[in-house]
Design a protein around this ligand. Structure first.
Ligand SMILES: C[S@@+](CC[C@H](N)C(=O)[O-])C[C@H]1O[C@@H](n2cnc3c(N)ncnc32)[C@H](O)[C@@H]1O
Length: 351
């Protein structure tokens, strides 16, 4: 490599290895609600923003200047004559990216990904690569991430809201992928705040019961609008122990949280309760068989699942393995149109 190219690569590597600083800067911007304090078409001084959010204006300026570097917020240009006038500096407006940060869904993701649990969980990546096991029992000091969330209620609220707001955004697409017209009872296993199940019920008058099933600490905190569908019910439980009888089980972003052995245990509990002819609707990504064909962020999600949960994003062979060893078969795969980030639907039925 010639010297010039080498210098360029050193710069590129330096920028890439500083990725965590971007995660943390976005997390701080979300925590401080900066994006919400600038109107959509407003130009606002950092001093005014600092006053409103109770921050040090110099530190806030430095944070925002770094964020503008990655096209999150824009610092207004200063004309030649005003360049040496300090008052003229530090006027910020929105970019498409900072506007996105105003949406609760996006803000919640920044809060979750850059928060303590998910960043601390990555501290021993090297160990995980060596052992093939998540190290969160050491990095977080809990047997697994779920146990950590049980005791860290603030982080649990952020996690649940983050998942719920993204699921809420994807619900119309997810519901349209499945045929729910022949089911009486639909159970959403690990349904979190129940957004997807409510969407399913709304579109399918034929369903008599909708059960949103999750661990007690999530179910206890679930709050619903006053006019919640009377067919909707929350139920606390453990999908490794027993699940309610149903003719459709929905699992969205669940199996990717678990190892193959654990997924097979979940299928085993379902198998005991599923009604004849029942179906299992799995909404999870399908990794490309060949890395070079991967267009989405699934390899990064896969790594995150490995580090945090001993889980994985599966490819076709992995899904086939689960089917073959669980006594189920893959009936069909429905892929959403376009390149959005809604996961496909894989439908399992009993062999
Ligand atoms: C990644 S979240 C997915 C939430 C929801 N399905 C969504 O996509 O928005 C995983 C969910 O599984 C739940 N969960 C974890 N272990 C569980 C268990 N043993 N039994 C039931 N739910 C469980 C968690 O509380 C959490 O709500």
């Amino acid at each position: 490599m010639d010297k010039k190219k080498n210098m360029e690569m050193v710069g590129a590597v330096y920028e890439l290895v500083s990725g965590f600083t971007r995660t943390k800067a976005l997390n701080a911007a979300a925590s401080l609600n900066i994006a919400q304090h600038i109107g959509e078409n407003e130009k606002k001084s950092v001093n005014d923003i600092a006053k409103e959010i109770g921050a040090n204006s110099q530190s806030l300026y430095r944070l925002m200047r770094a964020l503008t570097h990655m096209k999150c917020f824009r610092e207004e240009d200063v004309d030649e004559h005003q360049q040496h006038d300090q008052q003229q500096h530090g006027i910020f407006s929105h970019t498409p990216l900072s506007l996105a940060l105003r949406q609760p869904e996006v803000r919640n993701i920044a809060l979750m990904r850059g928060g303590y649990g998910q960043t601390q969980g990555w501290q021993n990546l090297v160990e995980t690569i060596k052992t093939g096991q998540s190290d969160v029992n050491k990095t977080l000091g809990y047997p697994d991430y779920w146990a950590f969330l049980e005791e860290h209620t603030d982080e649990a609220a952020i996690f649940n809201n983050s998942l719920a707001s993204v699921t809420n955004m994807l619900t119309p697409t997810l519901v349209s992928l499945g045929d729910y017209t022949k089911f009486e009872t639909v159970v959403d296993l690990g349904g979190g705040l129940g957004k997807l199940l409510k969407g399913v019920l709304k579109q399918n008058a034929n369903i008599k019961n909708g059960i949103n099933f999750d661990i007690p600490s999530v179910i206890e905190k679930n709050q619903h609008e006053v006019d919640v569908d009377p067919r909707y019910k929350d139920q606390a439980g453990d999908f490794f122990v027993e699940v309610p009888a149903a003719d459709c089980y929905v699992l969205k972003s669940i199996l990717h949280d678990w190892s193959d052995a654990k997924c097979l245990e979940i299928f085993k509990t379902i198998s005991k309760s599923i009604k004849p002819g029942g179906k299992v609707y799995v909404y999870d990504y399908i990794n490309s068989l060949y890395t070079k064909n991967e267009k989405n962020f699934t390899p990064w999600n896969d790594l995150h699942m490995m580090v945090m949960l001993n889980g994985k994003e599966r490819n076709e062979w992995d899904w086939q393995y689960l089917a073959e060893h669980s006594g189920f078969k893959i009936e069909s795969v429905k892929r959403p149109e376009g390149q959005g980030f809604a996961p496909p639907l894989t439908i399992f039925t009993k062999q």
